[in-house]
Ligand binder design. Sequence first.
Ligand code: ADP
Ligand code: MG
Length: 598
Amino acid sequence: MARREGKERAEMPKAKINRESIRKGLQLFSYVGSNKWKFYLGMLFLVGTGATALAFPTLIGEVLKAAEADWDQLLHWGWAILAVFVAQTIFSYFRIYLFVDVTERMLEEVRKATYSNLIRLSMSYLTQRRAGELGSRISADISQIQDTFTTNIAEFLRQFIIIIGGIILLFFTSTKLALAMLLIIPPLAILTVIFGYFVRKKSRGVQDQVADSNTIVEETLQGIHNVKAFANEYFEILRYGNSAAKVRKQAVQVGRLRAAFASFIIFGLFGGIVALIFYGAYLKQQGLMEYGDLVQFMLYTLFVGGSIGGIAEQYNQIQKTLGATDRVLELLNEPGEDVDLDSERRKEYPRFKGSFAFERVNFAYPSRPETPVLQGISFEAKAGEKIALVGQSGSGKTTISSLLLRFYEPQEGQILVDGKPIHDYELTRLRSQMAIVPQDVILFGGSIRENILYGKPEATEEEVIEAAKMANAWEFISKFPEGLEAIVGDRGIKLSGGQRQRIAIARAILKNPSILILDEATSSLDSESESLVQEALEKLMKGRTSLVIAHRLSTIRNADRILVLQNGEILESGTHEELINKDQGLYRRLNVMQSDFM
Ligand code: ADP
Ligand code: MG
């Protein structure tokens, strides 16, 4: 994860610095809220650190001049240096502290806002963007913003102050030398930056090449069965060899470039400084300049040169941050679903009776609008009925349950619950009265108790145990030494498919929904846990309307109505008796096929 974030940071696209991007940066800054004054105070300290830094060369020059005069003078300037020193120490402390404080407050708000937006985004947005990717991109963007607000902006401004102030002070120290310096150092500093940028870009090329070679290793080891079965070792060795040779070639190219860079620095930059010192020494010899001024001058030159070199990187980072800001704001401005976050109101939603109906529903997924998935789906479930959906994989069964949960909007037709279109209900109310037990239950990493409580966070201990018992889960839970506290997931106990299924059922029992969706809830279980789960499901379905998607047809014989789906259309519908007696019926054929297998 950290590696991935690092990679994303390195590849982070930059945004141009212009009025629009700065306006966006400021929009993010508004998350600082009432703490803006701290940022401005921090700015003041920042100017203070710039000014005190600029005072150093002058003070050192003065000390050197005083060294040629008397002790009192020396002591005087010594105290002055100490005072500036102390001031800079204090300024730096508060500058950093204040900037971090403001930035972290801002980021706390931004993090909370992005997360609460992210989690409310519609399913169609999230499935199109791959939610995991979105999450890691946001975290990379936020740490980029963090660095910039705590460090890059401050460094940029400080170096800017030093460059401008330093050049002015250089002219005060010695006009002739300053003019000579301006001719030599800035062009060299700019060349260094460009050269350095070039070298870095080329080395990134090498890194990419290395990554490509590593991909070959990873791929072939993952697919080692294929490599060996096809006796293609020689081919892969050749492929990897070619890639390794490319790495070497590019790396040596970069090596040459770096060698040239080092020589350039030695010859160009140090040469320039030496030439300047030589000219300064000449001026001193001619009696046109004092020794102290010469040292002072050289120190300013180093300050200014260093800042010119450093400011480019800060600028670079600020550009990246504006890009990151843009993406974070894009997410913040993306309208999410209208979810009710008020936990008190949620408890007071009136209960549904639980009837629902589909009326001529046509649907295609937003990511593939040209492929119809459901066509003219109409059926009705009265309160308390059990409706079964059967059909081959890909026929649209899960899609029907997603539409009932309002994960997506149908393009045509409508879905009713208790006789009213589902749009007329608050989204949270609608979903709070439905529960789904899917085929692959994914539990959260916490304890079994937390996982069951997910159905009703305010449930009591008794309710949890009662639900676990009804779900046939209590028997295995009570065998764990930690009981309900046993940790599920990575570092905890391993639960079998059937056990996870029963925890999901307990969760659904606690939620006490009026409409229940079972999406192939028993299809991946062995027959022993299947009967335990099936028994628990029967209890769960009692008194509720249920939509049962079944793989094993034997489990839905007692359904009030069975809908047979094919390619998104309802081909047949009726009770088991009606359908099984239909000559040439699909349901009948499916049944024959399954009984052959079992
Ligand atoms: P079933 O549950 O009957 O196996 P689904 O309802 O999952 O079938 O899928 C029906 C069709 O919709 C399939 O062709 C599937 O490829 C497609 N599909 C399912 N989910 C998505 C999605 N999120 N985006 C695009 N197409 C999807
Ligand atoms: Mg499915």
